[in-house]
Design a protein around this ligand. Structure first.
Ligand code: ATP
Length: 443
C-alpha cells in the first residue's frame, strides 16, 4: 500500500467499509453504540469466507481436530473457576482534566495523560470486563450469569463428552468459532477492540511430555496460515513472545500484524499447562483425568491453545488488501483518477466473479451465464453504469474476476475475463469458462 499518514489510511478504510456496506456501526439511527458493529452483505461474505478457511485449515484438513458449537451462556461457576469473575479486568485511570480514560498498561508514562499531558489522574482502578446478565425470572445476585468472555472455556467442559463420543485419544484438538463478549472500557480502532466479537479457538489436549513440541508445531502452523492462506507479506507479521508468563503457562507467543495504527495482536498461541482442566476439576468436583491406555496412567491433559479474533483478522485482511493506484487507470481510458482496490485472495473475496453485460440489451444473457455459476462461486450481476465505472466498483469491493458479456459474445460464444490486479483482459470461450475460473478461484 502506498505510504499514507496513519489516520488518513485508517479513515479511508473505515469509510470504504461503510460506503460499500462491509462494516458499519450498530444502531446507527440511534447514534451508534460504541464497541458494536454490523457486517453488511460484502462484510458478512468476507467474514464467512475467512471463517470457512480457518475451519478447513484447522479442522477439516486434519484427523486430529474436531469441532464444537457450545452455548454462549454457561453455568456461572465456569467463570469463577476460570478466574474471569475475580481477575479478568483492566487497570484503568482517568484524566481529571480532559476526562479521557486509559488502560494503565498501555500508557507510555502512567503518571501523565497521553491525551493532554496533565498529571492530574485518578488512582488506577480495576474494571471487570465480564458482561453480566440474569437467567430466570428474578433479577438478583443468585440469578447472575455471564456472556462468555472467550470461546475456549466450554471446550474444557466438554472435553470428556467429546472424547467419549468420538473415541478420540490424546493428542487431539477441539475447535470452536463463536461470539465472545467483553465490556471493554475503551473500544477503539474500528473493530480491533470491540465489545462483541467472534473468536476462533482451538484447544489441543496432549500429555505434558512432548507438549512443547506441540506448542512449536501450532505456532508454525498458525504462522503458515497467515502466509499461505491469507497471503500476508512476511514483513507485516511479527512473533512476539510474552515476557511475563501466567504462573501456569510454559510458553506464550502472539502473532502481531502491522496495522496502519501500529503493531497489534492478531492471535495468541499459549501453552496453558493443566491449569484449565485442574480448575474445572476442582470447582466441579468431578474427576477430569484422562486414562492413557497405552501405559495405563491417569493424568490431566495439558493444553496448547491457538486463539484469534475473527473480526480482528478481517480487519487485518482489509488493511492488507487496501491499495490505491493511479497510472494503470489511464490504460483503461479513464481520467487520472485514483483506483481504489482491495487485493483480496480469490478464496476469501466477498464477490469472486462479477458478470457484466456490456449493454442493457445483454442483461438477460449475462444473467443466464451467471446462473450457471450460482452456488459454485460468490457472484454478482452488475448492470449499472458504464463498464469502466463498474470495473472500479468491483475493484473497490475486491472482486478478482469480471466477466463481460458483449455483442461479440452472441457470435463467438466467448466472454472477456478481466483480472483485478493486472487489469489484463482475456477472451475465453464460454465452454471453457468453468475450468478457467475453477483454477483461478478455487485454486
Ligand atoms: P488484548 O491484549 O488485545 O486485549 P487479549 O490478550 O486479552 O487481547 P485474548 O484473550 O488472548 O486477547 O483473546 C484472543 C484473541 O481474541 C486476540 O488475539 C484477539 O484477536 C481477539 N480479541 C480479544 N479481545 C478482543 C476485542 N475486544 N475485540 C476484538 N477482538 C478481540
Amino acid at each position: 500500500m502506498s505510504e499514507q499518514p496513519i489516520d488518513t489510511c485508517m479513515e479511508k478504510i473505515v469509510s470504504l467499509c461503510k460506503r460499500r456496506g462491509f462494516v458499519f456501526q450498530s444502531s446507527e439511527i440511534y447514534g451508534g453504540f460504541n464497541g458494536f458493529w454490523d457486517y453488511g452483505p460484502y462484510g458478512i461474505a468476507l467474514k464467512r469466507a475467512v471463517e470457512r478457511q480457518w475451519w478447513l485449515y484447522m479442522v477439516e484438513k486434519r484427523n486430529n481436530v474436531v469441532g464444537l458449537d457450545s452455548s454462549i451462556i454457561c453455568h456461572p461457576k465456569v467463570w469463577k473457576a476460570s478466574g474471569h469473575v475475580d481477575r479478568f479486568g483492566d487497570i484503568m485511570c482517568d484524566c481529571k482534566q480532559c476526562k479521557t480514560r486509559f488502560r494503565v498498561d498501555q500508557m507510555p508514562d502512567p503518571t501523565t495523560c497521553t491525551n493532554c499531558g496533565s498529571k492530574d489522574l485518578t488512582p488506577p482502578r480495576e474494571f471487570n470486563l465480564m458482561m453480566k446478565t440474569y437467567v430466570g425470572p428474578v433479577f438478583d445476585e443468585e440469578h447472575i450469569a455471564y456472556l462468555r468472555a472467550e470461546t475456549c472455556q466450554p471446550i474444557f467442559l466438554d472435553f470428556h463428552s467429546i472424547r467419549i463420543a468420538t473415541r478420540m485419544q490424546l493428542p487431539f484438538g477441539i475447535a470452536q468459532v463463536g461470539k465472545a463478549f467483553r465490556n471493554e472500557i475503551t473500544p477503539r480502532m474500528f473493530t480491533f477492540r470491540s465489545r462483541e466479537f467472534s473468536q476462533m479457538e482451538m484447544e489441543f489436549f496432549c500429555a505434558d511430555e512432548g507438549s512443547m513440541e506441540w506448542f512449536e508445531y501450532w505456532r508454525q502452523e498458525r504462522w503458515n496460515f497467515y502466509l499461505n492462506v491469507l497471503k500476508f507479506p512476511v514483513e507485516k507479521l511479527h512473533l512476539h513472545p510474552h515476557d511475563k508468563l501466567a504462573h501456569y503457562a510454559k510458553a506464550a507467543v502472539d502473532i502481531e500484524y502491522e496495522f496502519p495504527f501500529g503493531w497489534g495482536e492478531l492471535e495468541g498461541i499459549h501453552h496453558r499447562g493443566t491449569w484449565d482442566m485442574s480448575q474445572h476439576q476442582q470447582f466441579s468436583e468431578q474427576d477430569l483425568q484422562y486414562l492413557d491406555q497405552t501405559n495405563n496412567t491417569r493424568y490431566l491433559p495439558t493444553v496448547v491453545e491457538t486463539s484469534v479474533g475473527l473480526d480482528r483478522m478481517v480487519l487485518a485482511i482489509l488493511c492488507n488488501a487496501y491499495d490505491e493506484d493511479r497510472a494503470p487507470t489511464q490504460k483503461e481510458g479513464m481520467e487520472d483518477d485514483v483506483r481504489v482496490v482491495l487485493h483480496f485472495p480469490a478464496t476469501i473475496a466477498p464477490v469472486q466473479v462479477a458478470f457484466l453485460p456490456l449493454s442493457k440489451k445483454l442483461n438477460q444473457n449475462a444473467q443466464d451465464l451467471q446462473a450457471k455459476f450460482l452456488g459454485r462461486y460468490r457472484t454478482e450481476l452488475d448492470v449499472t453504469g458504464n463498464i469502466g465505472k463498474r470495473y472500479r466498483r468491483q475493484d473497490e469491493i475486491g472482486t478478482p474476476y469480471c466477466v463481460t458479456f458483449d455483442f461479440d459474445s452472441l457470435e463467438d460464444n466467448a466472454v472477456t475475463v478481466r483480472e483485478r490486479d493486472s487489469m489484463a483482459q482475456e477472451r475465453i470461450p464460454i465452454d471453457n469458462l468453468r475450468a478457467y475460473l475453477d483454477e483461478k478461484v478455487l485454486g
